[in-house]
Design a protein around this ligand. Sequence first.
Ligand code: MN
Length: 487
Amino acid sequence: MSAKNPSVLDNYPDYALNIGIEVHVQLTTNSKIFCESPNEQTKDPNLCICNVCAGYPGVLPVLNKKVVDYAILAALGTNSTINPLCSFARKHYFYPDLPKGYQTTQGADPICQEGYIPIRLEDGSIKNIRLIRIHMEEDAGKNIHAQGTNESFVDLNRAGTPLLEIVSYPDIESTYEAKAYLKALHHIVTYLGICSGNMEEGAFRADTNISVRKKDSTTFGTRCELKNINSFKFIGDAIEYEIERQIDLLESGEKVHQETRLWDTNQKISKVMRSKEEAADYRYFSDPDLPLLKIDEAWIARIKEMLPELPHAKFVRFTTDIGLSPYEAEILIDNKDLADYFEKAHALTKSRHLINWILRDLMGYLKEHKLELADCKLSPELMAELINLIDKGTINNAAAKEVFEIVMQTGQSPAIIVKEKGLEQIGSTDELEAIVKQLVANNPAQVEQYKSGKDKMFGFFVGMAMKETKGKGNPQIIQELLKKYLS
Ligand code: MN
């Protein structure tokens, strides 16, 4: 497929890179994880809270079953093993946006373990990135530091938002793989319909643990964690920076310190945020307010029924069964609505023209007019109708573009537009032959020039013939006829 993406690691052939990624995925359930408060953050501060998510003493959490459904979906979507019995734990730390003084999460026995996510490498081969675990937990609130004053505020609308934390093994060995992994995981959770995927709003947040080591070393180097970067591109930039920073330290005889770092998108450097806590610092213990959670086969079977086709399976089907190129399939997979659009139209036409019209004309039009696919008047059915008119030779490419524009604006049927505007292609050889014969007879000077080796004159005759047919002539037939009569 594409050429290898350059990386700063290429400059250090003795070094290897290991990256493990923790992703926090916000779930789109209606209510929060342990109470009935609405799971919404867009409202004014502290409007979506209750005694439970505000952390009042003496209140009791009740687990939202839908969160478990979504966690099971995530497990099935990532080839993970679901534990029949799991529990919740308290992870203690102090922060003003966490009034309870602990986060309710899962500790030693999370809901699922040992999954994997396939990613496509630059050479097209598949590599499985293994998952250590996926667990359910609650999000904290938000501290808001007012600008220009010394005041800070706490908004607890986000407190109690259900999260899945998805933790990979340090199997990721390049910046490219890190981005491919994050995109693959992002596709999975959005295809499953359990997360909005909106990175800017923090619905999909990645913490990236990066370490370098000499290739001949069998132990991992000391890792640094890059916190909460909200775009694939910035994560790539940050990893590239961190590779060089850590190798420079080691090369100059210094040590890499285990710490959490922040990525500064303006200066394009990472900065120390804090030295990393060890797990023991959080004093995890089993939450006495929440019972053990038992998940039986029947529950899993019920969720399995809801499992949609996953992006990787769709990619394989698009490339092997339908015959799209990896590049084309990749674009469709990246946008589930577009993939669905393609499939609906493909059910009505198997033409190779379809993918070209979708990727070139449809996407181009939407981009140019800043439209969403959902607002598009050219439904998949109308698109298939247009393609069928081209394939049957009813209209030529120029007319098809004209029809396309009209359908985009009106949503009218292409066949009706063609009839009303008289755009049918002149495909009858008899009709075109008469026109070509006439042209050759009327332009003896140009014929002479062509015959004496001026090949360019061929284009003159094609243009004249198209003009004569008001753009409706079948260009292929015209060219064949011209070759015959000009020789
Ligand atoms: Mn977490």
